[in-house]
Design a protein around this ligand. Structure first.
Ligand SMILES: NC(=O)C1=CN([C@@H]2O[C@H](COP(=O)(O)OP(=O)(O)OC[C@H]3O[C@@H](n4cnc5c(N)ncnc54)[C@H](O)[C@@H]3O)[C@@H](O)[C@H]2O)C=CC1
Ligand SMILES: O=C([O-])CC(=O)C(=O)O
Length: 422
């Protein structure tokens, strides 16, 4: 079977080969060979015991942690697969049949500024067997282009509403970057009038044709589009709060970069949780909880870093001067979040990310970005908010009214304006 040889070489793993066999059931019980459970899902539970985390993994630094060579989020998948291959080899010596699990992913809005590089990164994932690219325009060429990359995922193009059901058939993960981006002078909320309807209609199709899939929403304003998606799924009777995610990974990626630069640390070593929402002051980096433990010299430095992280999207919008918003860093962040989700589906017991989800963590805020533990069912646990600094407490109070308004705006829209197909 073809391997993702580029990654293998880049990461120095001479023996790596991704096995691209979809799980058929009735195979060995090794961690790499379990079927994805498709039974009923559980709502996120507060997990008082989950206090520590290290990057995407919980616990103290171990040999599993990223080293200087591991600059890619695929590294963890690859090391898991090598482990799985050893288990598989042992099982096969005993005459047992072993199949490794891989997943079907759909990208809706795949021909866009984010969609194209994101699809390339997903095509490179050792965990993906099928990649469905959907867009209302130009997607055939993107798929033809990508399909020439000799990585295992099979690429197919779908275009127009009629092909949406087929694009969604049997997919495990749907990623949605469809919608218009900002221009200078606009807020993310200014995108609401157009993107709200796009997200509503796409999620309505997901509800009908892939009701068990994980859904990653990238389209802005995320603070409102995720509540819209939740309402649409509720109307169809398939809402599972553990499976619907607003993608806020770019805030974490930026926070990691800016803090590492400010502290003169290696980029890969730094991990900053970012909570709240995904617009302006609703983006709240927890600089008191940076791993490894980091001391900032003054509140002024904390304030400068916080403001830069909150305005980083606008920094890119202004630099692009009318040609859109962040696409490449967003694709990188979304691919990292997709890989984390698939690794968790695949049975890795140690996957943590920040994401905007339905939650009861904060009274009056039914959606809130939090650090969560991902598992086979989606969100397995939400890490409690503990030990915030005074600065963070104040910032948390300040963000609540804006986030509440954005959530209510989304819910109202979905209740009042039914999806085109409903
Ligand atoms: N969550 C986050 O952190 C970030 C979110 N974004 C948001 O992502 C969205 C996409 O941004 P870009 O890719 O730069 O925009 P883009 O305009 O380059 O691409 C959007 C794509 O969506 C497609 N599209 C439009 N309506 C569609 C529909 N009904 N069904 C399927 N496809 C449809 C378009 O044809 C286009 O290919 C924007 O709303 C932007 O604000 C951007 C950066 C970060
Ligand atoms: O700023 C924008 O419009 C796009 C976005 O959400 C980001 O880059 O964080």
């Amino acid at each position: 079977m073809a391997s993702t040889a580029y990654l293998q070489n880049a990461l120095g793993h001479a023996a790596f080969a991704a096995t691209n066999v979809r799980q058929a059931g009735g195979v060995s019980s090794s961690p790499r060979t379990c079927a994805v459970p498709r039974g009923s899902m559980h709502a996120p539970a507060a997990a008082a015991s989950l206090r520590s985390f290290e990057g995407m993994r919980a616990g103290a630094p171990t040999s599993k942690m990223c080293n200087e060579a591991s600059t890619s989020f695929f590294e963890q998948t690859i090391s898991q697969q090598r482990l799985g291959r050893r288990t598989a080899a042992a099982a096969s010596r005993k005459g047992q049949v072993v199949a490794l699990v891989t997943y079907k992913v759909a990208v809706l809005g795949a021909a866009g500024g984010i969609g194209q590089p994101l699809s390339l990164l997903v095509k490179m994932s050792p965990l993906v067997s099928d990649l469905h690219l959907y867009d209302i325009a130009n997607v055939k060429g993107v798929a033809a282009d990508l399909s020439h990359c000799n990585t295992p995922a099979k690429v197919e193009a779908f275009t127009g509403k009629d092909e949406l059901p087929a694009a969604l058939k049997d997919v495990d993960l749907v990623i949605i970057p469809a919608g218009i981006p900002r221009k200078p002078g606009m807020s993310r909320d200014d995108l609401f009038n157009i993107n709200a309807g796009i997200v509503r209609d796409l999620v309505d199709a997901v509800a009908q044709h892939a009701p068990k899939a994980l859904i990653h929403i990238i389209s802005n304003p995320v603070n409102s589009t995720v509540p819209i998606a939740a309402e649409v799924l509720k109307k169809r009777g398939v809402f599972d709060p553990a499976r619907l995610f607003g993608v806020t990974t770019l805030d974490v990626v930026r926070a990691n970069t800016f803090v590492a630069q400010q502290q003169k640390q290696r980029l890969i070593d730094v991990d900053v949780p970012v909570i709240g929402g995904h617009a302006g002051i609703t983006i709240l980096p927890l600089l008191s909880k940076v791993k490894p433990k980091t001391f900032f010299e003054s509140e002024e430095i904390i304030d400068k870093l916080t403001t830069r992280i909150q305005n980083a999207g606008t920094e890119v919008v202004e630099a692009k001067a009318g040609a859109g918003s962040a696409t490449l860093s967003m694709a990188y962040a979304a691919a990292r979040f997709a890989e984390s989700s698939l690794r968790a589906l695949d049975g890795d017991p140690d996957v943590y990310e920040c994401t905007y989800i339905a939650s009861n963590l904060i009274p009056d805020l039914p959606f809130f970005a939090s650090r969560v533990k991902l598992g086979r069912m989606g969100v397995e646990a939400v890490l409690p908010l503990e030990g915030l600094s005074e600065y963070e407490q104040r910032a948390l109070e300040a963000l609540k009214p804006e986030l509440k308004n954005s959530i209510e705006k989304g819910i109202e829209f979905a209740k009042e304006k039914a999806a085109a197909s409903a």
